[in-house]
Each structure stands twice: as C-alpha cells, then as structure tokens.
Design a protein around this ligand. Structure first.
Ligand SMILES: [Zn+2]
Length: 1017
C-alpha cells in the first residue's frame, strides 16, 4: 500500500483547527458589555459590583498594567436556542499560549457569589443546559490586567514588573463577548481526534496500531461534511469507536493523574495578585469537580488556602466541601512551596509545622507527602525534617531541569545527611503543568527509568505557575486514555493513593545519598541580596524572640506575669515562611515583590526587636538598676555569658593591636592571630599563633574582591552560566587604607572604587577571638556583573563542608565527574569549612548563601591552594531591571585554626549579636543547658498548644556521635520526644532518658530531637 501517512496527518490538523473546533460553538449573539476601572488597587467585590459602568465594545482597549476593571455582561438567550446548551464566551483579549501570564478574570453573579475564573484556556461560562430560551443573562467580571512579563522574546528587561514604573498604556483589547450554543457532540469529536492524532504521532511507524488509528481517523474525516460539521459529527465519532475501545497492553505504564495548578505565591505578579489567582483557579476546580465525577484535584501551600478563606469565603466553602469528599486534596503540608536551599533549620521545620497544622485544623487531613514540584534543589537536611514532620514521601520534578546530568531514577529512596531515607518520586512527565497531550503521556512512559521493577508514575495535570488549573478538555482526554492501546493508562488518583501503590510495587528501590542539587538556577543563591538578608535577619530575630519570651514567661513571677506572644509569633513566622516561597527568597520575582519584601522584613525586624526588648527588660528587672547584662542567644557560651542566658560580660584577653608596615599596609595582632593587610588592602597573611600555621596560600592574597561579567543565556535572575569565570577583574585599586585601635579592637579600613560602584571594607580583630571579622559596604551600580570575595587557602583537601539544615554536607573541591563539575556554585548556610587532618579553617557569613570552591596546585612548592569565594552581589536585569542596585552591607569572618565545632559556633555567633540591657538582676540563668558542644539547641519556645510546656530542639552538629546531659533551671516534671508538630513521637531513634531531673541524650551524627519539657507546677 502507498504510504499516505503525512497526507492524512496534515488533513487532520487542518480540519480540526479550521472546521471542527470552530463548530463547537455554531451559533452566537453578542452580549452587552459595560466597564468600570478601579482607580488604584483592587477594590472589595461589593464596591466593584456597585460601581457605574460605561459601555465598551469588542475591539476596544482596556486594562492599564496591574489595573482592575469590572465588566458587566448582559443579554438574552434567543428563543430559538430552547433545548440546547448555552454558554457565555468571554475573551478579554487572551493569548491562548499564556494561561496565567496574562489578563485574567473572576466571574460573579449579581449577588456577588463567584462563578468561575476566566483565562486563555477557560473562556466559557455555562448558562443553561438545556436552555429554555429567553433567559436573561447578567454576569460581572473582575478583570485583572496583569501585564505579560515573560514574552515571546523572554528575559528582556521590562518596567512592567512594578506598578510604580509600569505606566498606564492599556494592555488588552476585548476579543469576544458572546452568548453561544455549545455543541457537545462536536466538542467530543474534537477530543477523540486530538487524542488519536497525538497518540498516532507517538506510535512506531512500523507497528500496526499506528496504521489502524490512521485509517480510522481518515474514515472519520471522510464522514464529516465540512459544510455541516454539526450534522455529521456523530457519524464521524462512530468511525472512531473501535480504535478508542482497544485496551492498553498489560505492560502499559500507569499514570496517576492529579488535577493541579502549581500557583507561584508570587513571581511575575505581586503577592496580592496571587490571592486572586488562587480564588479564580480554585473556583474553576471546585466547579470541574462537580461536573466530572472521576476528577481529583490537589493543591499545596496552606497559605493559599488561608488566602481563600480570608478573601473569598464562598469559594472556600466549596473547597471545604470538596475536601470533605476526598476529591479536593490538600497536598504537601508546607506553609508554601518554599525554597529549600536557604531557609534555616528552624524555618524549614516550621514550613511543615504551619502547613500540616493548617490542614489538620481546617480539614482534619494529615499529609504524608512533601510536594515541591518546582523548588530549585533539595538539601541533604530535608529528609530528616520531612520525617520529623510525620511525613514520608517527596515529590518533585525539578531535577529534570538539570543542565548536564540526567538523574538515574524516577522512584528511589533519598537519604539525607543523617541517614534518614524518604521514598521519593520524580514524575517522568517532567512537568507540573501536564495538559494530557499524547506527547507528554508517551514521554512519561518512555522516560520512566524504573521500568521492569515499577510501573506507576504521577502526572500533575493543569495550567500552573500563574494558575488556571485543569480544563474540561484535559479531563476529556484523560478519560479516553484510561485504557487505550498504545498509550500509558491514565487514572485520576490522589497523591497518597499513588505513593501507596508506588511503594508497594517497589519495596527495594535504589538509594540516592546527599543533596538533590539542581544543575540550574544557581544564581538564586545570590540575586536580590536584601530579600535574602531580610530572611536571615528574621530567622535570627525569631530565634531570639522565642528564646527570651519563653525565658520571661517561665521566669517572671506572679506579681509581674509576662504573657508569651503566641499570636504575634505565629503571624510573624507565617510571614517569614511566605517569603521563603521559591520565587521570593531566591530573588526571581518582579521588582514589586522584592520592594514589598524589603519593607515587610523591616517591619518584622522592628516588631521582633520590640518583643525581644520587652522580654529582656522583664528578665533584667526594672531599668536603671545600673548593671549591664549581656544577653547571649547563641547556643554556645561567650564572654563568660552562658548560652541562652544573661550575665555581666567579662574578658581578660589583651587588646588587639595594629602596626603600620614599611611600604604600606598594617599588621593586626591579638595574641591568637597575626594578620597582615598589605598596601593593596588585601590579606597577605593570617597566622594562627598557637600553631604558627599560615592560612593564606603562598603567592595569594585573601579577601580579594573579584568582578565577573554575568549575562546568562536564559533566566537572568536565576542563572549564572559557567562561562562567567572566563573573564575576571581583580579589584586591587585602593582609594584609602587606614587603621585604628579602640575599645580593645584593631581595625583596618579599605576603600575602593570600580565601575560605577564603591566598596568600603573593615577588617577587625577583637580581644580573645580567633577570628577576623570582615564588614563590607558596597554601593552597587553595576549591570550584569557578579561580585565575589575570594579566600585562597593553604589547605589540601578533596572535599569541604557547607552548613545546611541541622548539619553540614560535603562537596568535592575537584571536578572529576560531570556531577562534580556541575556544582560550580553552591549553597551554604552560615559556614564553609575545610581542613587537613588536625587543622582547618572556616569562613562564616551572616547572610551570603552562594559560594564556590576550587583548587589549584602551586608550581613552586607543590602545595594545594583551595579557594573559597563568597558570592556577594549580582546585577541581572530580568525580571527586575534594577536588581540589587544601591547600598548593601555584608558581614563575613575568617576563622583560622577552626575545627568543625568552631565553624558551627562562629556561624551562630555572626547572626546573633550580644544584646546589652541595664537592670537589677545579677544574671539570667538559661532555661536549658547542654554539656556537650556538638549538641546544639536550635530552638527554645513555648509549646504551641499553650500548655506552658517548653519545647527545645537539639541536634548533633558535628557529624559524629554525641552523648550529653540537658539540664533545666526549672524543676522538670517530664520530658517527651516529639515530632516537629510537638506531638509525642516514637520516631526518635537517639536515646532520650530522664534521670536525676535532667534529660540524657545520645544522638547519631546530625540527629535531630524535639523535646517537650514539662515544668513541675
Ligand atoms: Zn513555581
């Protein structure tokens, strides 16, 4: 037989697009439309409904960027349409390719109740089925003129990302505002043909199935009278019945589809718009659940539920009902889908605490999966946190975005730094926006790496990012692929149903140890420095606030009771958690989001400082008592002040000195370190005096600022591409170099200018501290540049440690394999540490997350130089054209002679400054004390159930085993190991015993224990 395959395929494409799809709505009449544009930010629904309208017609422009217009559409269903299905078609000026990235609307009835959302893939509103004829139609649309930021020419700088710069040019033209007859048979035919056409394209050309489908499609096309598609659609469908009924082969891949809209809590839109995005999508999804009995929908991010509850209670009532039916499924159990690289140990824990608790309290649902389809890499600390939150599974597809290496599994056990293993699934469909295209389903089946031992995968299905969710077309296509020869099978299933099946069929999956590093978006560790600092500052202040507020609550007497600020802390935590969303903390949002984040963090800082101050005043006694107490909120004692307590500080260490050098430069000494700052203001030498060991590699100088061009091929705020290193400028020019010694400190101040920017650095040695503090102030006005601070160290090592949640992980200093080489920019929390046996050095940081570590071998002495570089600033122009412009302050420190325990201690110290309060008390005893340095207290707080119990979180921070005693300064009635939600938990594997009124702990490397301590009352 002659091969006419491409001819039939082309015929299908044209007939479907030009004749069948237009025939879904064979008749229409125009609606009357009126408009009112709100003068500024969105208004309450009642105000939008009541505002006067002026007429507007199809073709007219509307919608200044970020504006909101209220449209009223009205009309009458023609009598002739009696008995037929009638829908309103509302096209606000949509581009079908941009659901969620464009204008959107929410339709209301005249009484203000929401009907459904409008987006480019969802323009219809069902009016009647069947119509009686003569119905009056009156609907209102809250239309949001969200501008397109990510265009067909992506990543071009745009001023549209902030309403302060976006101008007032209308963005859209009304395209279609009609009442129309909906022909269900033609619509069903279009889905039959789409599914078969897309299946056919994936089938082997030498297989019989492809040709059977092709001939059936051809017969269907022959059966259509192109001048009467509506009259002949049924006949065409009957030609397809047999090929659609042929069942899948027994070995077919099995896809658990779950309706989804991965809505970014902020990204190319501000937080306030996400509140409305979630309402629109959720209104559509609850409606679709009512129309489609098989359909299931899942939504993560407790914050988004809280938004609907507060702002659109009618939609929330529909959500509650569908959740109770088990068809609208809360997923993930986190407050938001956060970044996981940068949140602190405690913040990462609280993401789960607040997320899971919300679902438990609102719906009585406990999630067991972590749901992070789009997060930019996953730390080695995360498995233990997931397990301690009472969860056991993880889903993400993001690692499929890696530039270089293909991950070897789709279903596997992921082992974290402490040995906790989490059953993990990467959907092989490689997207969280599956739209039930045949190519996606076939890709999932082909791509699945665990064939032969496992058969199930999951497919999150629906328009995400900017929202939209699942469409009725996706549901219709899924139904056709339920059991279809040549295709994977598709069933709507809840995430928990999928995970249970996947676990059962694959009892011994392969294991991946360590972080899940995303080989992309590495610059998200640096972009928008102020957002990152706001996060870190808030995390530190929350630690302090909880510690001192608990101490005050347990300490102050009945005559002066101190009330623990439960509600305030809860609200502040949720705000901090929201801003850890995976496009806010990573710095990949529009300017508006980061401008607001900076203001929000500043307000939180003021509020937390007041809380801390009030608690410390309560503890210190009435002010003016004349004794200055130093409060130490770090987990290690310092200046004779106990960890978590307050005392009069005492040090007898000699003052640091500074001496000028011949030829320029200075030497700083404090009896522990001798640091030489040369005439260029660079650190030529840093010697630990006890050992005589030099820190800086011979022939190199440390604290060298280096400037690289930084223009990635895509995703400007997200990516730094490896070629950035090919070009570098060392910033060695000095404007001024001065030194001072005062209050026991010795300081050198270096001022430089480069490009359009200036930098001032202060290097400080303090008495009794084996640490050189480096304060950097940059007035940054560069474009598409990357600023690094380099520390070439005389250390020979194949690996280095970087702090992560509840411990640290090791990464190679070499590039042996493509996996090693791809990690050319990585994340640390508060320290990077490297050592040779017996001697090491730490670099600690108050707020810098990105770094790189490289090695070279010196020609003259054969020694190894290991260079650590902190990533200070970038200047991408998309999506925020002015990213990071302006004044920045950073604090780092170099700690020669540091063991890993010193790195941990200095890491805490740098973010937790001493606070001095004058009062009558002689000292404030810590609530809890631990007698082992590696057993680190990461949180002290009152129990969220307001029982008055104290919750203390302790982890082993050294990577070894630690046995120690946790004593309390209050009479202890009992101590119970808990999960992160403060529920008694027998999952703790370390030893926890209570003896002689103290808790005895024996923990594994990096093991985390949450203790609920009940004071004797
Ligand atoms: Zn996302």
């Amino acid at each position: 037989m002659h091969d006419d395959r491409t001819l039939v395929e082309s015929r299908l494409k044209r007939v479907l697009e030009e004749r069948i799809l237009p025939a879904v709505y064979p008749e229409s009449v125009p609606l009357e439309v009126g408009i009112w544009t709100a003068p500024g930010e969105p208004v309450p629904v009642a105000e939008g409904l009541a505002a006067p309208r002026t007429p507007i017609a199809v073709g007219d422009a509307w919608g200044a960027p970020w504006g909101t217009s209220w449209l009223t559409v009205s009309g009458t269903v023609p009598q002739a349409w009696a008995g037929r299905t009638v829908e309103a078609l509302i096209d606000l000026g949509f581009d079908a390719n941009m659901p969620g990235f464009q204008c959107e609307g929410l339709v209301y009835r005249p009484d203000g109740s929401p009907v459904k959302g409008l987006n480019p893939r969802n323009q219809w509103v069902r009016i009647a089925a069947p119509a009686a004829g003569g119905e009056q139609v009156l609907l209102h649309v809250e239309a949001a003129a969200n501008p397109v930021i990510l265009d067909y020419h992506p990543f071009l700088p745009t001023e549209l990302g902030d309403k302060e710069t976006s101008g007032d040019r209308p963005q859209y033209k009304l395209a279609r505002m009609d009442l129309a007859v909906f022909d269900d048979t033609v619509w069903q035919l279009s889905l039959d043909l789409e599914v078969l056409g897309e299946l056919m394209a994936e089938l082997p050309v030498d297989g019989a199935r492809r040709w059977e489908v092709l001939r059936a499609v051809e017969r269907a096309l022959d059966a259509i009278d192109l001048q009467d598609v509506n009259g002949t659609a049924a006949a065409a469908r009957s030609e397809l019945t047999a090929v659609l009924a042929a069942p899948a082969v027994p070995s077919a891949h099995r896809i658990s589809a779950i309706g989804h809209a991965h809505i970014d809590s902020a990204w190319l839109w501000p937080l306030r718009e996400t509140v409305r995005k979630v309402a629109r999508t959720t209104a559509n999804m609850t409606a679709l659940l009512e129309d489609e009995p098989e359909f299931r929908y899942t939504m993560s991010q407790a914050q988004q539920y809280a938004w609907i509850k507060e702002h659109r209670p009618e939609v929330y009532a529909r959500v509650r009902k569908a959740v109770a039916e088990g068809r609208f499924v809360p997923a993930g159990g986190m407050w938001v889908e956060s970044d996981t690289n940068m949140p602190s140990s405690e913040a990462m824990a609280r993401q789960f605490v607040h997320g899971k608790r919300f679902f438990l309290e609102e719906f009585g649902v406990e999630n067991h999966e972590a749901w992070l389809p789009d997060t930019f890499g996953f730390t080695g600390g995360l498995p233990q946190i997931i397990r301690n939150a009472g969860s056991k599974w993880l889903l993400t597809q993001k690692i499929s975005w890696s530039q270089v290496n293909r991950f070897p599994h789709h279903t596997f056990l992921w082992e974290g730094i402490d040995g906790t293993r989490i059953f993990t699934h990467f959907p092989p469909v490689d997207t969280y926006n599956c739209s039930m295209k045949g190519s996606e389903i076939a890709h999932a089946a082909r791509n699945f790496k665990d064939k032969g031992v496992a058969r199930h995968s999951i497919a999150p299905t629906g328009w995400g990012d900017g929202g939209g969710g699942t469409t009725r077309e996706m549901v219709g296509k899924a139904a056709r692929m339920r059991d279809l020869e040549g295709s994977a099978t598709v069933r709507w299933e809840n995430p928990a149903e999928f995970f249970a099946k996947a676990e059962a069929e694959y009892p011994d999956p392969p294991v991946w140890v360590g972080e899940l590093y995303l080989e992309l978006h590495r610059a998200t560790l640096t972009s928008q420095a102020k957002t990152k600092q706001g996060n870190r500052r808030s995390e530190n202040l929350l630690r302090e606030a909880e510690l001192w507020c608990s101490t005050a609550a347990l300490r102050t007497g009945a005559e002066q009771p101190y009330a623990y600020p439960y509600e305030q802390l809860d609200r502040i935590w949720k705000t901090v958690l929201l801003h850890q969303f995976h496009d806010i903390l990573p710095g990949s949002s529009i300017a508006w989001v980061h401008r607001e984040a900076e203001a929000t963090y500043a307000a939180l800082a003021r509020e937390l400082a007041e809380l801390i101050d009030a608690a410390q005043q309560a503890l210190a006694g009435s002010a003016g008592g004349g004794r200055e107490l130093v409060f130490n909120s770090a987990p290690h004692a310092r200046s004779a002040v106990p960890a978590g307590g307050a005392a009069v500080a005492a040090t007898d260490a000699p003052a640091a000195t500074v001496t000028p050098l011949d030829g320029g430069g200075f030497t700083l000494r404090n009896g522990l370190l001798e640091v030489v700052v040369d005439a260029d203001g660079l650190i030529g030498s840093a010697v630990e005096l006890a050992t005589g060991r030099e820190t800086v590699a011979p022939g190199s100088r440390a604290n060298l600022l280096q400037l690289h061009p930084d223009f990635p091929n895509m995703w400007d705020a997200w990516d730094v591409d490896q070629f950035y290193r090919n070009t570098v400028t060392d910033l060695t020019g000095v404007d001024s170099l001065t030194a001072t010694a005062a209050d026991g400190r010795a300081e050198v101040r270096i001022a430089r200018s480069f490009g359009s920017s200036t930098v001032v650095q202060t290097l400080t040695l303090r008495p009794g501290e084996q640490r050189l503090d480096i304060d950097t102030e940059v007035d940054w006005h560069e474009t598409e540049k990357f600023l690094k601070a380099a520390f070439p160290l005389d250390v020979h090592t194949e690996r280095y440690a970087a702090e992560t949640q509840f411990g640290h992980l090791y990464r190679p200093t070499h590039t042996n394999t493509s996996w090693d080489a791809a990690k050319f920019e990585a994340c640390n929390h508060r320290f990077v540490h490297l050592d040779e046996p017996g001697w090491g050095v730490a670099l600690v940081t108050a707020s810098t997350y990105g770094h790189d570590v490289t090695r070279s071998v010196r020609a003259d002495d054969g020694g190894t130089t290991t260079t650590v570089r902190f990533s200070l600033l970038r200047a991408p122009r998309f999506p925020d054209p002015k990213t990071d412009q302006g004044l920045h302050r950073f604090r780092h420190a170099l700690v020669p002679g540091a063991a890993i325990g010193d790195a941990v201690r200095e890491g805490y110290r740098i973010g937790l400054p001493e606070r001095r309060v004058t009062g009558t008390a002689e000292r404030v005893a810590p609530l809890v004390e631990v007698d082992h340095d590696a057993l680190v207290v990461s949180a002290v707080k009152l129990a969220d159930d307001r029982s008055g119990d104290l919750v203390v979180r302790v982890y082993e921070a050294g990577g070894g085993r630690a046995r120690g005693r946790l004593s309390t300064s209050f009479p202890l009635a009992g101590a119970v190991p808990c999960d992160l939600l403060e529920r008694p938990w027998d999952g703790t594997r370390g030893e926890v015993t209570v003896e002689d009124g103290a808790v005895h702990l024996a923990l594994r490397p990096f093991e985390l224990v949450t203790l609920r301590l009940s004071p004797a009352r």
